[in-house]
Design a protein around this ligand. Sequence first.
Ligand code: PLP
Length: 314
Amino acid sequence: MKSIIEFPKVSLGVFPTPIQKLENISRLLGTNIYIKRDDLSGLGLGGNKVRKLEFLMAQAKAEGAEIVFTTGGAQSNHAMLTAAAAGKLGMTPILLLKNRGVTECRGNLLLEKLMGTDVRFIDTDDYADIYEEMDRIGNESGKPYFKIPLGGSNALGTLGYVSCAEEIRDSGIRFDHIVCAEGSGGTMAGLTLGAKLFLTGTHVTGMMVDREPFEEITVRLMREAADLLEADLEISAADFDLLDMCGPGYAVPSEEGNAAIKLLASREGIFLDPVYTGKAFAGLLKMDSENKFTPEMNVLFIHTGGAGGLFAVH
Ligand SMILES: *Cc1c(COP(=O)(O)O)cnc(C)c1O
């Protein structure tokens, strides 16, 4: 098997991110709840996409790209962070965003305006149309270009969260459960693959915040990332658990999610976001209410960021 350090990476963030114990929430739930602060990952307003982009932008650079394309919803944290990373590395980002979500100049769209990012809205429901449009614009420009998929979730991006699992192992704390939000799948797939490789006995649960076939998506990304690593593993949906926390829809706040945001804000001084981490933490509270955690367990919540959304989605 290859080691992750054999894969080229550009430095964009600050790692390892801290792991903190949520003392007040732990007391409240009667178990040990920790948080991994990937919201403090050190680029833009932080977030999980920074780990993926360190690998993806290295590939863009190696291919000599001058333009970097990506896509997502109107308030995509991934698109905003891709623009930030491209600017930092001297490449030109072009974002082709779907109309879905808040399209006013707030939240991540405001941050993109501050960066002077070329943002274009594409009126389609199909990402295949968007990737085609990237090729059309790229070819027309006559410049070398690189396409980053939705959420940075391909095999290479997934390695970002395999390496996060290595970081968790190196913290020296043994976790019974890891909980994260699942939107495009790379974070969950990387953590689950990383747990299989480096964290024996740690169970990973993904909190689904969209309506996609996440079981298939997660298994596929795990297998593709394992292939990159030349890791010989049996991978199946039995490796992880999923919980539907989407509520009224993707990027539509849920009551449980909003309650979780207020709980962490008031008790711990930590801000979750309405699209991903609020709903994911609500999932952790649901697991607790179903007695999934015992007093001696250690549970790790991955704070995947999303601060921009707090100022756009209510
Ligand atoms: C993208 C994102 C997620 C979901 O991660 P995936 O790897 O796309 O599943 C979770 N939280 C935040 C804040 C995000 O921006």
